[in-house]
Design a protein around this ligand. Structure first.
Ligand code: ADP
Ligand code: MG
Length: 723
C-alpha cells in the first residue's frame, strides 16, 4: 500500500483550501504597459506613435525604439522586473519565451539596460521549433518581431521568485515565412477589418475602423497534483490512457452550475486576481458538466488581444494550479466516458462608432447591415466548411468531436427559428420592396426575442447567439488563432466577393439596397445546406449532412487535407494569409504533431502496461493461486472455484494485452519507416491508434477484478471526486 496512489490518497484527504488575497479591482492592468503606463514613462510624441502603431497596425519607427525601450524598462523595473523576453506562439501550440536579464556591466558596475534593438527584434535559436521544412535545422535563424497591437506585460515566475517583462511578438523565418500562429492570424485580421469596413460603408460612412471581437470561454479539469504524479499517462500525454469509469459519473447531472468546492473556489479567486493584474477581465466562473470540470470566460475584447490573453491565461492557470496543489488539464478528452473540454469562441465584428455588426438593429438601415454580415458569414462557412473543420483538428480534439456530448465533426450553422424564418422570407419574396418592408418589420422584434435562451441549440458547432457567432468546436487546449485565422479569412474573402457583386449590380443601374438584397438572396439559396437546427448529436444528422455535401471526417489526418485542397489554396493565394510555402509547411507541422502525439501515447501505454498493470495483475493472480494451493492442502478444492475463475480471467486479459502491445509496437515500426508525413499520420491514425482502445478495454477489465489495495494507478473516482 506504499504506492504513489496510496500516498496521494493520504495527501489529498488532508488538503485544505489555500488562503488567497481578497479580490481587488484596483489592481486592474497593473502589469500591463498600457496607455496609462506609457503616459508616465514615455514622452507624449512617442506615446502617440506607439498607440498609432497599435491601432493601425503600422510598424514602429526605429528612431523611437531606444526611447520606447527605455521607458518600458523603467516602468518594468519600478514593478520589480529583472528580465525581459520576447513572447511568441510557435506552432507547437504553447507559448515560448527565452528570458534575458536587463543586466549590463558599465565601468565595473552593474546597471539595468534595455536597447531599442532588443525590443524590436530578436533571434532566438529557432531550430528546435517546428517549421515543416521551411527551414532546415542547420539554418537555425528565425526571428521574433514586436507586435505593438498587443501590449507588453509582466509575468511573475514562481511564487515571488522574479518577474519578467513579456513582449508579444511574431515569429518569422529568416526568409520571411510565418513560423507561428500569430503572423497569419494578424494578416487575416487586417484583411477582415479592411473588407468589413468597405462593405459597411454601404450603410454608414461615419465608421473609420471595424474590429473583430472575441470572447473565449475556457473549459478545464482540475485534479489533485498528487494524483497527477502517480499517473504516467497524465504526465506524458495530458490524458488518461486507461481507467475504468466510476460507478457514478455525470449521470446525476448534479455538477453543472453546482456550488463550487472550497479548494477550487480559492484557486479561481486567485486566478481572477492575477488575471486582473494582467488586464484580463474574467467575468464568469462555474462548474461544468463533468465532475472536476470547470469553466471561466472573460469579457470579450479585440480578437488579437483576446487570443493573447487566452494564451497568457492558460499559463497563469497552470502556475496557480500548482500553488494550490492542483494539476490543470486542458486536454480535450482527459477522461473517457465523461464530457471533454472545449473553448467556445464568441466572435463578432464591431465598429469604432460602437456598433456590433452582428447585432440586429432597430432601424431598416441597421437591419440590412446586420443581414449582410450575418448572411455573408453563413455563406463563408458553407463554402469552406471543410477548411473550418481542418482548423480545429488535432489528435486531442478527435476524441471529443462527435463524441455525443461535444459538437459533431461536421460544421453546420444554427441560427434559431426567427432568423430561419426571415431568411426564408427573403428567399421566397417575389418583390424586393415588400421583402424589405417585411424584413424590417420582423427584425425590429429580434433583440428581445433572441435574448431568450430557449432558442439555443447546444449541439451545434457554430451557432448564432443573438449578437455573435459562437464557434464551439474549438478544443480547450488549442491556440484558437488557428480556428479564428480561418474564420476571419473566409469571411473577409466572402465580403470582398459581396462588395464586387453588389458594385457590379449598382453599375448596371440597380438601386443599392435592391442590389444588396439580390446578392443576399443568392447567398441564402446557396448556403442552405449548412443551416441546421436539429440535433447535431444524432445519427440521422450524419447521414443527412453527407447527403447535403457537407464535409464529414472524424480524424485529424484526413481533416487536415482540406488545408491543401485546390479551393483552400486559391483562397490563401487570393487573401495572402498564407503563402503556398507556408501553407505546405503548416500542414506538415500539424500532421507531424498528430503523429507524435499518437506515438507518445502508444509508447506510454506500452510502458504502463508492462511495468505497472501486468505486474500488479500477476501479483494478485499469484495471491489467489497461493490461496487455491492452501485450500487444496486442506482438501477444500471444491471451494476454490471463484478464485480459479478470477485467475483464468486475469490470465486471459494479460495474454491479450501482451499480444496487442507487441502488435502495436510492430505497427509503430512500420509507421516510422513511412517517409510521407501525411501517409505516416494516417498509418498512426488507422493502424496504431486502434490498439490504444483495444488494450485499454482489457486493462479496464483488470482494474475491475484486481484487488483495490494492489492497484497502483489513481482511479477515476478518486481523481474526479476527491478535492
Ligand atoms: P454562454 O456560456 O452563455 O455562451 P458566457 O457568458 O460564458 O456565455 O460567454 C459568452 C462570451 O461571449 C463572453 O466572453 C462574452 O464577453 C462574449 N461576447 C459577448 N458579446 C460579444 C461580442 N459582440 N463579440 C465577441 N464576444 C462577445
Ligand atoms: Mg457559450
Amino acid at each position: 500500500m506504499n504506492t504513489l496512489r496510496f500516498q496521494a490518497l493520504t495527501k489529498v484527504a488532508e488538503r485544505k483550501p489555500k488562503s488567497v488575497p481578497a479580490y481587488n479591482i484596483d489592481e486592474f492592468a497593473k502589469y500591463v504597459f498600457n496607455e496609462e503606463a506609457m503616459r508616465q514613462y514615455l514622452s507624449h510624441k512617442i506615446m502617440k506613435h506607439v498607440l498609432d502603431a497599435s491601432t493601425h497596425g503600422i510598424k514602429i519607427d526605429r528612431k523611437y525604439a531606444d526611447d520606447i525601450a527605455k521607458g518600458m524598462k523603467e516602468w518594468a523595473v519600478s514593478k520589480g522586473v529583472t528580465h525581459y523576453t520576447h513572447w511568441f506562439q510557435p506552432l507547437t501550440g504553447s507559448t515560448a519565451e527565452k528570458h534575458e536579464s536587463f543586466l549590463n556591466i558599465e565601468e565595473h558596475k552593474p546597471v539595468y539596460e534595455f536597447k531599442g534593438s532588443a525590443l524590436i527584434q530578436q533571434e532566438p535559436d529557432a531550430s528546435s521549433f517546428p517549421s515543416g521544412g521551411i527551414r532546415n535545422t542547420f539554418e537555425a535563424r528565425g526571428y521574433t518581431a514586436w507586435d505593438p497591437s498587443s501590449p507588453a506585460f509582466i509575468v511573475e515566475n514562481g511564487d515571488g521568485a522574479g518577474k519578467t517583462l513579456c513582449i508579444p511578438t511574431v515569429f518569422i523565418s529568416y526568409t520571411g515565412e510565418a513560423l507561428d500562429y500569430k503572423t497569419p492570424f494578424l494578416r487575416s485580421l487586417h484583411l477582415l477589418e479592411t473588407n468589413a469596413l468597405s462593405v459597411y460603408h454601404y450603410f454608414d460612412k461615419e465608421a473609420k475602423k471595424v474590429t473583430a471581437t472575441l470572447g473565449i470561454e475556457q473549459e478545464y479539469f482540475l485534479i489533485d497534483k498528487a494524483f497527477y504524479t502517480a499517473r504516467p499517462d497524465l504526465m506524458m500525454c495530458g490524458r488518461t490512457l486507461v481507467g475504468r469509469e466510476p460507478s457514478r459519473g455525470q449521470q446525476l447531472e448534479d455538477h453543472y452550475f453546482g456550488s463550487i468546492p472550497a479548494r477550487i473556489f480559492a484557486y479561481m479567486v486567485e486566478v481572477e486576481q492575477e488575471a486582473l493584474k494582467l488586464g484580463i477581465p474574467l467575468k464568469t466562473r462555474h462548474n461544468e458538466v463533468a465532475p472536476a470540470q470547470f469553466e471561466c470566460a472573460p469579457i470579450f475584447e479585440e480578437a488579437n488581444l483576446a487570443i493573447d490573453h487566452n494564451q497568457i491565461l492558460m499559463e497563469l492557470m497552470k502556475r496557480i494550479a500548482d500553488k494550490h496543489d492542483f494539476y490543470i488539464i486542458f486536454h480535450e478528452k482527459p477522461f473517457a466516458k465523461v464530457n471533454g473540454s472545449g473553448k467556445h469562441n464568441n466572435w463578432s465584428i464591431g465598429t469604432d462608432t460602437g456598433k456590433n455588426l452582428l447585432s440586429p438593429g432597430k432601424n431598416p438601415k441597421d437591419n440590412l447591415a446586420f443581414l449582410t454580415f450575418f448572411t455573408s458569414t453563413i455563406k463563408a462557412v458553407y463554402e469552406h466548411n471543410a477548411l473550418l473543420r481542418a482548423s480545429i483538428a488535432s489528435a486531442e480534439n478527435d476524441h471529443r468531436l462527435g463524441a455525443n456530448e461535444a459538437p459533431p465533426a461536421i460544421i453546420s450553422v444554427f441560427i434559431g427559428s426567427q432568423l430561419t424564418q426571415i431568411l426564408n422570407d427573403i428567399l421566397e419574396g417575389k418583390e424586393t420592396e415588400t421583402i424589405r418592408k417585411e424584413v424590417d418589420f420582423k427584425l425590429k422584434k429580434i433583440p428581445e426575442i433572441l435574448i431568450d435562451n430557449t432558442d439555443r441549440n447546444r449541439t451545434s458547432p457554430f451557432a448564432f447567439t443573438g449578437n455573435k457567432f459562437e464557434f464551439r468546436a474549438v478544443g480547450a487546449s488549442a491556440n484558437c488563432s488557428a480556428a479564428i485565422t480561418i474564420l476571419n479569412t473566409i469571411v473577409a474573402n466572402q465580403l470582398a466577393e459581396f462588395k464586387n457583386e453588389v458594385d457590379t449590380q449598382i453599375q448596371a443601374g440597380v438601386k443599392k439596397d435592391d442590389a444588396i438584397i439580390n446578392v443576399l438572396k443568392e447567398y441564402i439559396k446557396t448556403a442552405q445546406p449548412v443551416l441546421f437546427e436539429g440535433n447535431g448529436y444524432s445519427e440521422e444528422w450524419v447521414q443527412e449532412a453527407e447527403k447535403r455535401g457537407l464535409f464529414h471526417v472524424k480524424t485529424t489526418p484526413h481533416a487536415l487535407k482540406a488545408y491543401i485542397s485546390e479551393k483552400s489554396k486559391t483562397l490563401f493565394e487570393k487573401t495572402h494569409v498564407l503563402s503556398e510555402k507556408e501553407l505546405e509547411a503548416h500542414y506538415e507541422v500539424f500532421l507531424e504533431r498528430y503523429t507524435k502525439k499518437v506515438q507518445i501515447e502508444s509508447r506510454v501505454l506500452g510502458e504502463m502496461v508492462l511495468n505497472q498493470i501486468i505486474p500488479v495483475a500477476v501479483e494478485y493472480q499469484q495471491k489467489l493461486a497461493q490461496n487455491v494451493i492452501t485450500l487444496s492442502q486442506l482438501q477444500l478444492n471444491h471451494t476454490a472455484k471463484p478464485q480459479v475463475d478470477i485467475i483464468n480471467r486475469i490470465a486471459k486479459h494479460v495474454a491479450i494485452i501482451k499480444e496487442e502491445v507487441e502488435k502495436m509496437i510492430d505497427e509503430r515500426k512500420i509507421g516510422n519507416k513511412i517517409e510521407n508525413v501525411a501517409e505516416r499520420a494516417i498509418h498512426y491514425c488507422e493502424k496504431v491508434k486502434p490498439y490504444l482502445e483495444s488494450i485499454r478495454y482489457h486493462v479496464d477489465k483488470l482494474e475491475f477484478i484486481v484487488e483495490d489495495s494492489a492497484w497502483c494507478l489513481p482511479k477515476y473516482r478518486e481523481m474526479l471526486f476527491m478535492r
